[in-house]
Design a protein around this ligand. Structure first.
Ligand code: UD1
Ligand code: CA
Length: 496
């Protein structure tokens, strides 16, 4: 744990031209969360006291979105610029009493990375270390940043670096000699580099940790006399060397941790890296994925023992799969808790949104079933193909196996709900409840017009429209009486 106060600056003012999108680059999603949300989440795991996001392009949109990310990461939105309300950083790496305030500094126009960090200076106190991150680099791990911070140790300029086979486009780490740990003398940008410097394969990741007091002095000395006419943050390395201050590198080998997103292609590449990491983590816990390359987790997924997931499933929001759950191919499951031993057959769509969905132990769902918010299924419930359940409770052993709708219904134990039956829960203005008591048998193609109660053990004849409550044990039939005309001759076709 760092023994010096830590502030984080997240650069997010750039335009992201190559995304060719109206959406600011840092708001594009990876693993279901905005790129910037990943970075703020990572900052939330460090024992930092403040994070300053540098905004420019789409500033208002980015700042508005940040409030949501901060809440999710347990970070406080310090929009008053003075630290704001402080909230607990809820995560393992942070100290229990750690608090991180989130602030913004606008950079308009964008004159380079050095200019970007300059905008944050009024919010940074000299007693601390500043960690510079980019809002478009989503996969950095907190442990990597902790290692960089210990290299910095409150007094050195520490750079996160990486050796690449193709370093084209990156700032190169210039060292005084050929040895891998020779003294660092500068970072030279691709466009300013000599042919010899372009041969250097050690690159600057864009992430550094620097004592704030020194940073402030060095940023004041920046100029834009370079190939791009920008104020380069990387020029502070020259100043540190000139001032006789130690410049150190924390070298990593995992390129994905410092990879930035500049285009849809890079976004998709990083998404796969991210997904493979999540998939690997699950498999290490014992989850059997039919194919980790065809698996997508966009939120929090917790799995019990012996869970099996077939190909092309998407998990979103908060999902838990109990012990022995099997999920068939091509299911989308969001915001749901699936009980032990349940089987979700292929092509099932479950989304609990805010209300959640609960599937009881041993239930069989799908194929082609749809469970919507507030579907609460007990144990051993069967929901078959083309059945939709919304805001309804189904007690243990209830079954709706074919082509049915249950909305705003309370369904008792062992109820059998026939093919094609629906609850007419909406009168055009208000929603009403249907109660189907235990052991009821609803025939096929029935309309239950809510509010209505079907008494326990009752039977409703196929094709009935039920508008009045029925007594327990009764057979209720509500349909036109059948008429049969004997020896009926069909009209003959007229010859012309
Ligand atoms: C920068 C580094 C380079 C490094 C590379 C790693 C500089 C001068 N160069 O180059 O050494 O190898 O990152 O990816 O720092 N941004 C602003 N305001 C600005 C300019 C940029 O907020 O005025 C933000 C961008 O939105 C982005 C980040 O800073 O998030 C990096 O900017 P970018 O233009 O991608 O820097 P590079 O030229 O790639
Ligand atoms: Ca870049």
């Amino acid at each position: 744990m760092a023994t010096f106060p830590l502030d984080v600056v997240i650069m997010a003012a750039g335009k992201g031209t190559r995304m060719k999108s109206r959406l600011p680059k840092v708001l594009h999603r990876l693993g279901g969360r905005a790129l910037l949300a990943h970075v703020i989440g990572c900052a939330g795991q460090l024992a930092a006291r403040r994070a300053v996001v540098i905004t420019g392009h789409g500033a208002a949109e980015v700042e508005a979105a940040c409030a949501g990310f901060a809440a999710a990461a347990g970070v406080a939105d310090g929009a008053d610029g003075a630290g704001g309300v402080q909230a607990q950083a809820g995560n393992a790496l942070a100290q229990a009493d750690n608090k991180l305030a989130l602030d913004f500094a606008r950079q308009e126009p964008q004159l380079g990375t050095g200019h970007a960090v300059q905008q944050a200076l009024p919010l940074l106190a000299d007693d601390g270390v500043t960690l510079v991150l980019s809002g478009d680099v989503p996969l950095t791990q907190a442990t990597t940043l902790q290692a960089l911070l210990s290299q910095c140790d409150g007094q050195r300029l520490a750079l996160l670096t990486l050796t690449m086979s193709d370093p084209t486009g990156y700032g190169r780490i210039v060292r005084a000699g050929p040895e891998a740990d020779a003294q660092i003398s500068a970072i030279v940008e691709q466009k300013d580099a000599s042919d010899a410097q372009r041969q250097i394969r050690e690159i600057y990741s864009g992430i550094m940790a620097v004592p704030t007091r020194l940073l402030r002095g060095w940023l004041a000395r920046l100029d834009n006399c370079n190939a791009q006419g920008e104020f380069y943050l990387t020029d502070i390395v020259k100043f540190a060397v000139a001032d006789g201050l130690a410049v150190v590198a924390h070298q990593i080998t995992d390129a994905a941790q410092v990879a930035g997103v500049n285009s849809p292609v890079q976004l998709a590449e990083l998404e796969r890296v991210h997904q493979l990491r999540l998939a690997t983590k699950l498999m290490e816990q014992g989850v059997r994925l039919a194919d980790p390359a065809r698996f997508d987790q966009r939120g929090e997924l917790t799995c019990g023992q012996d869970v099996e997931i077939d190909v092309n499933c998407v998990f979103d929001g908060r999902v838990s799969l109990g012990e022995g759950v099997r999920v068939g191919a091509n299911c989308v499951i969001a915001n749901a808790a699936i009980g032990a031993g349940a089987v979700i057959h292929p092509f099932t769509h479950i989304d609990g949104e805010k209300l959640g969905v609960q599937v009881g132990a041993g239930s069989l769902i799908g194929p082609f079933a749809r469970l919507r918010p507030g579907a609460q299924l007990g144990a051993e419930v069967h929901i078959g193909n083309f059945v939709e359940v919304k805001n309804s409770t189904l007690a243990d052993g209830a079954k709706a196996n074919h082509l049915a709708y249950l909305g705003d219904a309370t369904v008792g134990e062992r109820v059998n709900y026939g093919a094609g039956s629906i609850t007419a829960n909406y009168d055009g203005a208000n929603k009403h409840r249907t109660v189907i008591e235990a052991d009821v048998h609803i025939g096929s193609n029935c309309v239950l017009v809510a509010p209505v109660t079907i008494g326990a053990g009752g039977t409703v004849g196929g094709g009935s429209t039920i508008t009045k409550d029925t007594a327990p044990g009764a057979l209720s039939v509500g349909r036109g009486k059948q008429v049969s005309i004997a020896n009926w001759s069909r009209p003959a076709k007229i010859k012309r």
